[in-house]
Design a protein around this ligand. Sequence first.
Ligand code: LMR
Length: 337
Amino acid sequence: MRKLIWAAASIAALTGALALTGPASAQSPIIIKFSHVVATDTPKGKAAEKFKELAEKYTAGKVKVEVYPNSTLYKDKEELEALQLGSVQMLAPSNSKFGPLGIREFEVFDLPYILPDLKTLRKVTEGPLGLKLLKLLDSKGITGLAYWDNGFKQMSANKKLVTPADYQGVKFRIQSSRVLQAQFKALGSLPQVMAFSEVYQALQTGVVDGQENTWSNIYTQKMHEVQKYITETDHGYIGYVVIVNKKFWDDLPADIRDQLAKAMKEATDFNNAQSQKENDDALAEIKKSGKSEIIKLTPEQDDAMRKAMEPVYKDAASRIGQPLIDEFQKEAKSTTN
Ligand code: LMR
């Protein structure tokens, strides 16, 4: 068995090494496999396609980008391992996925109600803290290229979720994040880590009762068809870091890397200009389908939810440190960038 694992690892490493060596001749393009877990018709899905279009155009065909949406290549956890091995070159995992990799600082994005809107988010990601967080990825053989928005999360379940008491004993699917675990524990719910690709079926079969996600993810995964209620909480944020295998990136010819960086910059602007609309449109479609009842909270009910989730900050501070949370909040409030 050990030999088998060793052989598999060697083949994977060899495949990675071959992919890293670049073009064998002028005719064979450099291949960038870009894997992600969501549908093409989402902010991330569309931005990945935009990057492909621009990257191939700017490099005049010297680079070919193969986009694999919907976990067709890898599921959540596997994709980061594959990137580190070099079996895939580019990913855009959510911020929540970096904690399990040992880069706990990204947990700060998961804190409930830490971001009131996308404009505030931008101050952080485009400021010194955003850059500092990207740099932390270097130590894992990863280069962080950009931040891509999705949007704010809503709570869905087969029961009405209005007050914090309604969350008691409800089983929720979560991403693998200690903050999200603490968030649902604070509400008395039972959080269960699960890959994104498995959520629909888990909701359908009752393995879990509910989940939290953005409108675009809920709609494109058809979660609204198996959830009676969705509460508009906007309690947390889902966004992505576009990452590449560091060695692959560093070994690219400088002119190609420059063109890819240019394509990434434009794909990022494209993503961040359309993510809000993608989510608004998905909400409109969910409403039109009539499959889920959308619940709006009163300001008092919203306050009660915020209060119930306050303990999550203390729990997070014990792992990522209060100074980081303070720095995040300070940059979010700044008026300079
Ligand atoms: C999730 O796992 O719920 C999301 O992070 C999926 C994604 O990439 O948007």
